[in-house]
Write a protein that binds this ligand. Structure first.
Ligand SMILES: [Zn+2]
Ligand SMILES: [Zn+2]
Length: 164
């Protein structure tokens, strides 16, 4: 990835079930990981990976996310049908911090910084040394075919209708 040209690509994304879809005209240059305890709980995971999209660059193209006010200062958006955490939003802020993993092509969004270091899970310092069992196909060879056949996850592209 050279420079920040990636920020100006139009992108889509959404929740796992496809009830919520969004489109962003461009990203802010603040892709990051937050390790803080509130982001851990909101993501149900070790950290939240987020990138800002200015309100005027963001369109909810299908459905409307539900929100939980994690404090008087911030809302956490999620899909009420499948539970995918979709964003962090500061009340009155100029952008919505969208979950990078919710984009259709998260690998195209490079991380630029991390914060909330007080909550960082100790194992993350050793991630490269932790045993790598392999790809999903290698790790779950017996289940992969059945999962693929009964997959209810929305595909990583916009759809006219869903379920198709
Ligand atoms: Zn959903
Ligand atoms: Zn946080």
């Amino acid at each position: 990835m050279t420079g920040d040209a990636y920020r100006f690509h139009e992108r889509s994304g959404g929740c796992q079930c496809g009830a919520i879809r969004f489109h962003s005209k461009q990203l802010r240059d603040n892709a990051h990981v937050c390790h803080c305890r509130m982001c851990q709980k909101a993501a149900g995971n070790l950290f939240a990976a987020l990138v800002g999209v200015r309100h005027e660059h963001l369109t909810w193209t299908r459905g409307t996310p539900a929100e939980f006010m994690s404090s008087d200062l911030a809302a956490r958006g999620y899909c009420r049908d499948c539970g995918t955490p979709l964003y962090y939003r500061s009340v009155g802020g100029e952008h919505v911090s969208i979950s990078i993993g919710a984009f259709d092509d998260p690998a195209s969004i490079p991380l630029q910084f991390q914060l909330g270091m007080e909550g960082k899970h100790p194992s993350l310092d050793h991630l490269p040394e932790i045993e790598q069992v392999g790809t999903t196909e290698q790790a779950m060879p017996d289940e992969v075919a059945a999962i693929f056949k009964s997959n209810h996850q929305h595909p990583d592209r916009d759809t006219q209708r869903w379920p198709e």
